[in-house]
Ligand binder design. Structure first.
Ligand SMILES: Nc1ncnc2c1ncn2[C@@H]1O[C@H](COP(=O)(O)OP(=O)(O)OP(=O)(O)O)[C@@H](O)[C@H]1O
Ligand SMILES: [Mg+2]
Length: 377
């Protein structure tokens, strides 16, 4: 029998808040979403009391997960900052984001990396739909062909792409307690919120919940030992992206842009965002750089090819390479058969592998230890 919201609320009567009030009567619960055997909700607490509430969060998750008919449960702590410092309630529009981004505090000392993970890099853009996720997956595969152990974290909580790009339907197994085992595909270790939440599930996440979900995916997943973790970022440069850039201990960022002026303006915003939070920009990839006719191979620069290379020079960041607009990349990508894995000897794989080699060299060049961050839970 399907688990309902009322069933979940009833089970939460067994969980007590730090002051002894039953959780379901505390007023701290968000709306409870119960769908297809999965339960999600957040507990809103005073930012100063996050530590005291963490056991409550854990217990709530365990209680819901133990309910008959429940397959998975995710409970996030939402720490409301006084003075309206919370993040945006919805996916920020890539087009409108950026200008209104809050001033971040630069990341400082006293922060922690992910144990076992040498370098975490973000693949980002200011604009949606420029091919970030496609680039992230193929870049990760390219890094793996260089002999590195590579993971991919899908940080696009609102619109996860990895289930589709890697044709992953299975659910991650638990590894005891609340930890999850990531999924392996084409030699990559991968994790996405899309593996635990169905595509149709309405995204009720608010900004702070997104951060909590992200930190859970970073820290409560058995990533093992990785040389590089590639993080596929959501589009835009709004509050949510900015906070992510601060919360994830990034060693660098790869910016994806198409050659058009408008996309380049957004790419510039992306670069500015990472610079503000002191994350080195490893370089720009020009995606959909030129059109290559699948029939005759003729190349046409329909978008004014080369814009990203010039922009990289202008901004003083490395140019990492270009990837053509090609039907094979789209078809393969959308079918969960990324070109680097499935056509490793083809020209597109070569382009991605060259980009990967430059990223690896840039990473060596940054010579920084993974910056450490304070995780707020
Ligand atoms: N070089 C390319 N040639 C042809 N199609 C491409 C190329 N790169 C990406 N695409 C296609 O463009 C679409 C958008 O790509 P993708 O999902 O990677 O973009 P994104 O920037 O991650 O989008 P979002 O902002 O929604 O996260 C997909 O259908 C993908 O297959
Ligand atoms: Mg994407």
């Amino acid at each position: 029998m399907a688990v309902t919201k009322d069933d979940v609320l009833a089970s939460l009567a067994r969980v007590s808040c730090p002051d002894g009030t039953p959780l379901h009567k505390s007023g701290a619960l968000s709306d409870v979403l119960a769908t297809d055997g999965k339960g999600f909700f957040s507990i809103t607490v005073d930012g100063a009391q996050v530590k005291a509430w963490e056991p409550v969060r854990k217990q709530a998750e365990e209680v819901v997960r133990a309910m008959p008919g429940v397959i998975s449960a995710m409970v996030a702590l939402t720490a409301e900052r006084k003075g309206g410092g919370g993040a945006a309630p919805q996916r920020p529009s890539p087009a409108s984001s950026g200008a209104a981004a809050p001033r971040p505090a630069p990341r400082g000392e006293g922060t922690i990396g992910v144990p076992g993970v040498e370098s975490i890099i973000a693949v980002a853009s200011g604009k949606g739909g420029v091919g970030k996720s496609t680039t992230a997956v193929n870049l990760a595969l390219g890094l793996a062909t260089l002999g590195l152990k590579v993971g991919v974290l899908d940080a696009d909580i609102y619109g996860p792409s990895l289930p589709k790009l890697l044709a992953i339907k299975e659910r991650p197994q638990t590894a005891g307690g609340t930890r999850l085992k990531p999924i392996s595909r084409y030699g990559l270790t991968v994790m996405s919120i899309g593996f635990v939440v169905d595509e149709e599930t309405p995204m009720i996440w608010r900004g702070p919940m997104v951060i909590s979900a992200l930190t859970q995916m970073l820290r409560e997943v058995e990533w093992g030992t990785l040389d590089v973790m590639v993080v596929d970022m959501p589009p835009g440069t709004g509050d949510a992206q900015l906070t992510m850039a601060q919360q994830v201990p990034l060693k660098g960022a790869v910016i994806v842009s198409t050659p058009q002026d408008l996309a380049l303006i957004d790419a510039r915003r992306g670069i500015a965002m990472f610079r503000r939070v002191n994350v080195p920009v490893l370089g720009i990839v020009e995606n959909m750089s030129y059109f290559q006719c699948p029939e005759c191979g003729t190349r046409s620069d329909i978008f004014g090819h080369g814009g990203a290379r010039h922009e990289a020079e202008r901004l003083g960041v490395p140019f990492l390479g270009e990837v053509p607009l090609h039907m094979t990349i789209r078809e393969k990508s959308d079918a969960g058969l990324p070109v680097v894995a499935t056509e490793p000897d083809g020209p597109h794989a070569k382009a991605y592998c060259e980009i990967a080699a430059r990223v690896r060299d840039q990473l060596k060049g940054t010579g920084r230890a993974a910056p450490k961050i304070v995780i707020e839970r």
